[in-house]
Design a protein around this ligand. Structure first.
Ligand SMILES: *[C@@H]1O[C@H](CO)[C@@H](O)[C@H](O)[C@H]1NC(C)=O
Ligand SMILES: *[C@@H]1O[C@H](CO)[C@@H](O)[C@H](O)[C@H]1NC(C)=O
Ligand SMILES: *[C@@H]1O[C@H](CO)[C@@H](O)[C@H](O)[C@H]1NC(C)=O
Ligand SMILES: *[C@@H]1O[C@H](CO)[C@@H](O)[C@H](O)[C@H]1NC(C)=O
Ligand SMILES: *[C@@H]1O[C@H](CO)[C@@H](O)[C@H](O)[C@H]1NC(C)=O
Length: 180
């Protein structure tokens, strides 16, 4: 009995050391997220030119900075929270994977409003100079994979709020915080 116990403890110990070594050698880094830009998709401009309401197309960029590890995404959802704190799913797609250094862009539609801001004559000027802000978050399960080995699923939360995205072209992408 004693011997079996020692053998079991030994195997568990060796496996733990092996796992730690794989982890230490590979050192998987967390993915890097940013909102790149927003485009006006279908919007209405009221005659008083006070605001712009409609659908905006946002593009989210996901980057895998790892040199060896592939990142497998499961059950990914992009959520948007409006000013009254209600969450809605704006994107949910197929599971996907990102090999090392891969950049994947996800495009989704979001209903939003651009208010006229002080300092600009009208909403058109604001749109030309300004941005649309949104509270975007991502929920997903990720696994790191190296060769045939895959980590157990890890829950990841990505928060891009408030993401102030320049309309049309974003020279400075709005970075997101990745909580793993
Ligand atoms: C997507 O990933 C989730 C979580 O990892 C898993 O439960 C689900 O079965 C996967 N779906 C497909 C179609 O592979
Ligand atoms: C984002 O969330 C903050 C805090 O809850 C809220 O004040 C703001 O209005 C939200 N922005 C948008 C565009 O919904
Ligand atoms: C927030 O979203 C909910 C559900 O999508 C909607 O019913 C509500 O009217 C929205 N509130 C605002 C202020 O846009
Ligand atoms: C990233 O991976 C996706 C699928 O996993 C693929 O469609 C895309 O071409 C890849 N991009 C690059 C730059 O390798
Ligand atoms: C974008 O909006 C935020 C908050 O409304 C503001 O602080 C920022 O200065 C704006 N950026 C531009 C370029 O207008």
């Amino acid at each position: 009995m004693k011997h079996i116990a020692f053998v079991v403890i030994g195997i568990v110990g060796i496996m733990s050391v092996a796992m730690v070594m794989i982890w230490a050698v590979v050192k998987p880094k967390r993915p890097i997220y940013a909102i790149e830009y927003g485009l006006i998709s279908e919007a209405t401009l009221p005659s008083n030119l006070e605001s712009l309401v409609g659908n905006f197309r946002f593009v989210m960029r996901s980057y895998n900075p790892n040199t060896k590890a592939t990142i497998y995404y499961g059950s990914m959802k992009i959520l948007s929270r409006n000013s009254s704190n209600d969450k809605s799913v704006v994107w949910s797609g197929k599971n996907f994977s990102q090999p090392p250094f891969n950049v994947t862009r996800i495009s989704f539609l979001l209903f939003a409003q651009v208010e006229k801001k002080p300092g600009y004559e009208d909403i058109i000027q604001h749109i030309q100079h300004g941005n649309v802000s949104s509270n975007i978050s991502v929920r997903a399960e990720i696994r790191y994979g190296i060769a045939n080995w895959k980590s157990s699923p890890l829950r990841v939360g990505i928060y891009c709020r408030p993401a102030n995205v320049m309309l049309g072209h974003n020279f400075q992408p709005a970075d997101c915080y990745v909580d793993l």
